[in-house]
Design a protein around this ligand. Sequence first.
Ligand SMILES: Nc1ncnc2c1ncn2[C@@H]1O[C@H](COP(=O)(O)OP(=O)(O)OP(=O)(O)O)[C@@H](O)[C@H]1O
Ligand SMILES: [Mg+2]
Length: 210
Amino acid sequence: MNKIMLGYDFQMFCMQGFKIPLYAPLDGHYIVVGGSGSGKSTAVLYWLYKCRKQNVKLYIADFKASKEFSGITENFAEFEECYDLIKAYYEEFLATPEGGDDCIKVLLIDEIAGLLTHFSMTKQGKAKADEIRGIMSSVLMLGRSRRCFLWLSMQRYTASIFPSSSGSADNFHVWSENDHLSRIGGNQFSIFLYCNRNKEEVSKCKLKSS
Ligand SMILES: Nc1ncnc2c1ncn2[C@@H]1O[C@H](COP(=O)(O)OP(=O)(O)OP(=O)(O)O)[C@@H](O)[C@H]1O
Ligand SMILES: [Mg+2]
């Protein structure tokens, strides 16, 4: 199975001073939650960098037009154009056979809650927001068998980003909640994760940053 190095074990670093890498399956849905400036986009960029040698077809919807993600993929959109990009990804998802094809397909939506709130301000936009909710739910439920995955970032988790009682959120494989950035590990840039050791995979991890 393909894996990504997500960062280093925070507890181990604090106790022993060793940087032990933590891995998660690339075949998974990811969500990063954290306040403004907590390091969400940086963590996602780090993970994208770590999986750059894997065969991943990437779609990036950068609602805030933060420019952090530009130049990584040609399947890229900002602000209201994110809707068309998400639809294009969904068409590709529907055309992908069971078992997947030659690559993993990832749809990254940065600041999903902001995107949905923005669209929901008008009647026409509300229909688009509902469509996006449906698409995300469908990818979360059925994507694994087609090797199509959703990566989301948002400031505060709310279940209202999915259709009500869909249970879609239960399908995330990596759930990271960013703390405030704390300076650890000297000046070297690193991502540290505080993770739930009872699980086999890195999940429900907390990100700490150096
Ligand atoms: N692991 C890290 N080590 C050092 N600096 C970091 C780390 N992660 C993030 N930063 C710095 O913290 C700042 C905020 O990070 P980032 O933009 O990723 O946060 P964000 O949660 O995406 O913020 P926003 O909600 O504004 O989009 C940036 O200047 C970034 O360079
Ligand atoms: Mg950001």
